[in-house]
Design a protein around this ligand. Structure first.
Ligand code: EPU
Length: 420
């Protein structure tokens, strides 16, 4: 498996182009199953997760052509089954469930199961499908959903940790072809849900309120092909902003949206980072010294769990005590122990990481077991004295487009080392 060799200590400077959002494109690809007609998606990031989703859709009968930044997809006919072998590769693939139920009135999808960041249940997805009139059965590791007569309904989608992003996406996608009106309360407000609704509306659906807590769907008979441009990736953007601040450089994000980054920008400003939005993008520059902060992850528009690891890496560099509390995924601190190997002082107390920042970092071999944790280790490696080797970077390739190239273009010394 490839690894990344990073020679730390060089500031990142310059402009980085932000790619299309991974977590927007995956459900939008699944949504193309809702029509027989051809759909074209633009601003598609070149990512392993996108290739996996394309493979899943192909095995279900869809034609998928990948071009430079575009995807042309057509599901003239589609099978109702998504197998374990593909679903286990990527938990995001659960979002084929809603479109299959909507189009075929039946679906059999492997239950994704937990992963390194937590349990990742799908009970809320299924609660939504049941509310629409579907029968749900769990059998031999698969969830079978049948609903000859899907009818709109009021659905409350709140769980232990609040709303669910892909659960909201799944229920919207099942409801667009149901009969009558569905009202989802406590819907996830993430911009990726709003982007999905824009695509569905371009296909002829009637979805309103997406991006807010109440989403209304009025069912239609059928959907047609559509074209769509994916929103910029707010998590990729925030990752480069933090990498720039950590290395004492000045980084400008081109193509990012400030309104999607409010919680991260607010915390960075509280720490003493200057953030300026202008015609060329959003520029981040640290002041003379940074202050520690306390952060709790929350659903959008709160501080994103997908930025918790990268922020933790930054806070290990800031003298004083910072506390990060993780409220979305129960096991999302695997990066902490690896950061300690680089010299950071981090202790985990229940759902919180207590960071005593300011100890110098020095390069070492590290390994991360999820995407955002890997990004955190890269940020720490860019600062650490000497060489840091981040192993198993296939996690990064799943969710960051050409991260090594982008970092090099900002002045980092980064080399990809092919593994066995
Ligand atoms: N939850 C339930 N029941 C459900 C569904 C979720 O209890 O049926 C809980 C989860 O266990 C978690 C919370 O609700 O505690 C939120 O999970 P959510 O369903 O919102 O997560 P997701 O939709 O599976 C997406 C992103 C994740 C991101 C989360 C939270 C995609 C493909 N994935 O996952 O992205 O962390 O929302 O914002 O959109 C990543 O990109 O690295 C990543 C993990």
């Amino acid at each position: 498996m490839d690894s990344l060799l990073i020679e730390g200590g060089r500031p990142l400077n310059g402009v980085v182009q932000i790619s299309g959002a991974k977590n927007a494109v995956l459900p939008i690809m699944a949504a193309t199953l809702l029509t027989r007609e051809r759909c074209v998606i633009r601003n598609v990031p070149d990512l392993e997760d996108v290739r996996t989703m394309a493979q899943i859709l192909r095995t279900m009968g869809a034609a998928v052509q990948q071009g430079e930044g575009t995807l042309a997809m057509q599901a003239a006919s589609v099978s109702d089954k998504a197998d374990y072998e593909l679903v286990r590769k990527m938990r995001g693939s659960i979002c084929v469930l809603g479109p299959l139920l909507g189009r075929l009135r039946r679906a059999t999808v492997s239950i994704p199961g937990g992963c390194v960041i937590g349990m990742r249940p799908i009970d809320l997805h299924l609660k939504g499908m049941r509310a629409l009139g579907a029968k749900v059965q769990m059998q031999s590791g698969y969830v079978r959903v049948r609903g000859a007569k899907l009818a709109g309904a009021p659905i409350f989608l709140g769980g232990r940790a609040g709303p669910t992003v892909l659960g909201t996406a799944n229920v919207i996608m099942a409801a667009v072809l149901a009969e009558g009106q569905t009202t989802i309360e406590n819907a996830a407000c993430e911009p990726e849900v709003a982007d999905l609704a824009r695509f569905l509306n371009a296909m002829g659906a009637k979805v309103s309120g997406a991006g807010g807590p109440t989403v209304t769907v009025i069912g239609v008979k059928e959907l047609h092909g559509a074209e769509h441009e994916i929103i910029p990736d707010r998590i990729e953007a925030a990752t480069y902003a933090i990498a720039g601040v950590a290395t004492r450089g000045v980084v400008t994000l081109a193509g990012a949206r400030l309104d999607h980054l409010a919680a991260v920008v607010d915390k960075l400003r509280e720490m003493g980072v200057k953030v300026e939005s202008h015609a060329g993008g959003i520029t981040f520059q640290r002041g003379r010294s940074l202050r520690p902060v306390d952060i709790t992850t929350q659903p959008f528009p709160g501080f994103p769990t997908d930025m918790q690891a990268q922020m933790l890496a930054l806070l290990t560099l800031v003298p004083g005590i910072s506390i990060i509390t993780e409220r979305i995924f129960e096991a999302r601190f695997t990066h902490a122990a690896e950061l300690v190997r680089l010299g950071a002082d981090v202790a985990i107390e229940g759902p919180s990481a207590i960071v005593k920042g300011g100890s110098p970092l020095s390069g070492a071999q590290v390994m991360a077991s999820d995407l955002r944790a890997s990004a955190a280790l890269v940020i720490a490696g860019l600062v650490a004295k000497g060489i840091t080797q981040v192993n198993r970077i296939y996690h990064l390739d799943r969710g960051y487009e050409r991260m090594d190239d982008k970092l090099r273009s900002l002045g980092a010394r980064v080399k990809r080392e092919p593994g066995s």
